[in-house]
Design a protein around this ligand. Structure first.
Ligand code: SAH
Length: 379
């Protein structure tokens, strides 16, 4: 494990609008309101997201007058890196400090043919999945679109500074802390920036939003945007799923699978849904569960991701044996379902799936969780 010397400094906190978190439509509206032409939006997007420039003075294709008006009326403000570590396997994790003192985590996972950034959408999470470390922290608040895209901005800049091959973000997965579909608008804005040619230009197959199954928001997402969806399934019947993924009590499996089918039907290109299934020893890893899974997924173009459970203190679960995982994946494979067993990465820096817990500082929020309605859902 290596601790990296910190170089990127955050801009001062400001109450002026933060241009970092505006997608193209919002920036165009911003410039029109200033009495400017709307093409200023794409110029500024390129400066911020492609050149990494956050100082208006350096944006030399804008007039001097516009630059000083921007400096007075807007800001480009990033998160602050409070810890930056690289695992022996090349995985790099950042602990990022928000202006209110909360922390979130972002992870870069290099593989042979890609570099995936795992991005957080909330501080903590309200869904309380029984095997997830973030869930233990409770829900604190949604991230703004600027706080979501800042993770991509910072990671791109800091990876570029490494000046090493294979350290480029080619894919983004919203699989960090939080439930992205319970922070719907800010997630959609950030995803639009990830896919905009004037920002990060990632193709729709390379940006994935992962959900524990917030059905109405899955429908809204499908209406708005063509992209990849991942669904955290983890159980094949309602009784077990109610226990592992409590949001299932609100949106049971039958409704969830119907929403998956509707989502696929709305996509322009033939795409698949990624299903995530964490392998918990003796809980959901038996061949009969695999057979139940095959029945459940019938007719849905699927990429099945089996995730070895990453244990954490007090979780009460243990990781399925290699044998159990291969027996399970064979049943799926024999039924024609594309199945991959996810490799655990960044173990020495606690960067593996479900281990992102940030730094728990606001304990009062955790207490409040139990007195508020069970899920703070707006959908
Ligand atoms: N709320 C979203 C995205 C965040 S979690 C969702 O549920 O999809 C990203 C993935 O990590 C989910 O599939 C989640 O179930 C899984 N995960 C959580 N805790 C884990 C753990 N301890 N071990 C392995 N995977 C875990």
């Amino acid at each position: 494990m290596t601790n990296v010397q910190l170089q990127v400094q955050p801009a001062a906190v400001s109450d002026r609008p933060n241009l970092l978190g505006m997608d193209r439509a919002a920036l165009e509206a911003f410039f029109i309101a200033m009495g400017e032409k709307k093409f200023r939006a794409t110029q500024v997007m390129k400066w911020i997201h492609q050149q990494g420039v956050v100082d208006f003075e350096q944006m030399n294709n804008l007039s001097k007058e516009l630059r000083s008006r921007l400096a007075e009326n807007a800001c480009i403000s990033n998160l602050e890196v409070s810890r930056d570590v690289i695992s022996s396997d090349g995985t790099r994790k950042w602990l990022l400090r928000l202006a209110d003192g909360n922390h979130i985590e972002t992870v870069f996972i290099p593989e042979d043919d890609r570099g995936t950034l795992c991005v957080s959408s909330q501080v903590g999470c309200a869904l309380d999945c029984s095997f997830c470390a973030t869930g233990r922290q409770g829900f604190n608040r949604n991230l703004s679109s600027a706080e979501i895209i800042s993770q991509v901005w910072l990671a791109s800049q800091l990876l570029e500074e490494e000046k090493k091959p294979g350290r480029k973000i080619t894919n983004v997965v919203m699989m960090g802390m939080g439930e992205p579909l319970l922070n719907f608008d800010n997630t959609v804005t950030a995803v639009r920036l990830m896919m905009d040619d004037f920002a990060y230009g990632l193709s729709k197959r390379r940006v994935t939003v992962s959900t524990a199954g917030v059905v109405p928001a899955m429908d809204r997402l499908g209406d708005l945007i063509d992209m990849r969806l991942a669904v955290s399934l983890h159980a094949t019947n309602d009784e077990l799923r109610n226990e592992l993924v409590p949001v299932n009590r609100k949106y049971p499996l039958k409704e969830l699978m119907a929403a998956c089918r509707r989502f696929i039907d709305k996509q322009n290109t033939r795409s698949r849904i990624t299903f995530e299934y964490v392998m918990l020893a003796g809980v959901n890893d038996q061949p009969e569960h695999a057979r139940e899974l095959v029945r459940l997924l019938k007719g849905i173009p699927t990429l099945m991701n089996l995730i070895p459970f990453n244990p954490f203190e007090g979780s009460g679960y243990s990781t399925s044996s290699g044998n159990a995982v291969s027996r399970f994946s064979r049943v799926l494979h024999d039924a024609g379902i594309t199945t991959v067993v996810r490799k655990t990465r960044g173990e020495d820096i606690d960067a593996a799936c479900g281990q992102l817990a940030g730094r728990i500082e606001d304990k009062s929020r955790r207490h409040r969780r139990f007195t508020e309605p069970r899920f703070g859902m707006t959908q």
